[in-house]
Ligand binder design. Structure first.
Ligand code: ADP
Ligand code: MG
Length: 236
């Protein structure tokens, strides 16, 4: 059975795209058939961080009814399959987020895992990915504002009939003032699946349009992302 995860958070910049890319790549490198899909159709950058920004056919065209989803799937050397979104505003306007569920139904035959990179915010294109996943993974940074936004996303997910699978605490450092994984998990009533440290290798790898788990496999973030993938693959 295919398992569909949506990677979400309240606001932008928490690390949803990096988590999607690195968890997806790690699952692919474990031999799992994995597809990552950029549902952030307004501010797409999944394709950009994977060097697929020149793709002619993207989720925009598929959601506009102008192309079949099979034409928008690109395979990388790691085996990871990617459905990028387009970057034009026009493309965003023509894309109908209501088609996403149908599009997903056509992908499940070819995947063990589908990871949906969700947009920030609570507009329609942001809410649909929360409803159609088997589990929503909340990317939270160790600060109050990030947790408050994640709580909102959790409530919204439950309102639309979705299920929360856990928290990924991203950009953690050893700073005394920051919220611990334990505290965040307790307050939110959600299990923290993994802690990804603040690690400059993440950004450095992105500059090479390569996931950190490929470019700097020994970095602390890469190790944490692989551990998360191992847990997810082991729990199915
Ligand atoms: P989102 O998709 O939630 O908007 P991104 O994944 O694009 O967020 O990440 C936002 C920024 O934070 C990027 O510049 C990214 O390189 C950086 N970043 C994400 N995770 C980490 C991390 N663990 N350590 C250091 N920088 C990170
Ligand atoms: Mg993003």
């Amino acid at each position: 059975m295919t398992k569909v995860y949506t990677i979400a958070s309240g606001k932008g910049g928490t690390g949803k795209t990096m988590t999607t890319v690195n968890l997806g790549t790690s699952l692919a490198m474990l031999g799992k058939r994995t597809i990552v899909l950029d549902a952030d159709i307004g501010m797409a950058n999944l394709g950009l961080v994977l060097g697929l920004e020149k793709s002619k056919i993207t989720l925009h065209e598929v959601l506009a009814g102008k192309a079949d989803i099979s034409q928008a799937v690109y395979e990388l050397p790691t085996g990871l399959k990617v459905v990028p979104s387009g970057i034009s505003l026009q493309g965003f306007q023509n894309a109908d987020p209501d088609r996403l569920q149908f599009v997903m139904s056509k992908l499940v035959a070819d995947a063990d895992y589908i990871l949906i990179d969700a947009p920030a915010g609570i507009s329609k294109d942001g809410v649909i990915p929360l409803a159609i996943a088997d589990e929503v993974l909340l990317v939270v940074n160790p600060e109050l504002s990030s947790m408050a936004d994640a709580v909102k996303t959790k409530v919204l997910t439950e309102m639309v009939g979705g299920a929360i699978g856990g928290i990924i605490l991203n950009r953690a450092s050893a700073e005394k003032t920051e919220l611990t994984a334990q505290k965040i998990g307790d307050i939110m009533g959600v299990k923290v699946l993994e802690v990804i440290p603040e690690d400059p290798s993440v950004r450095r790898a992105a500059a090479f349009k390569t996931p950190v788990v490929v470019k700097y496999p020994d970095s602390s973030a890469a190790i944490a992302y692989r551990r998360l993938a191992g847990k997810i693959a082991g729990s199915k």
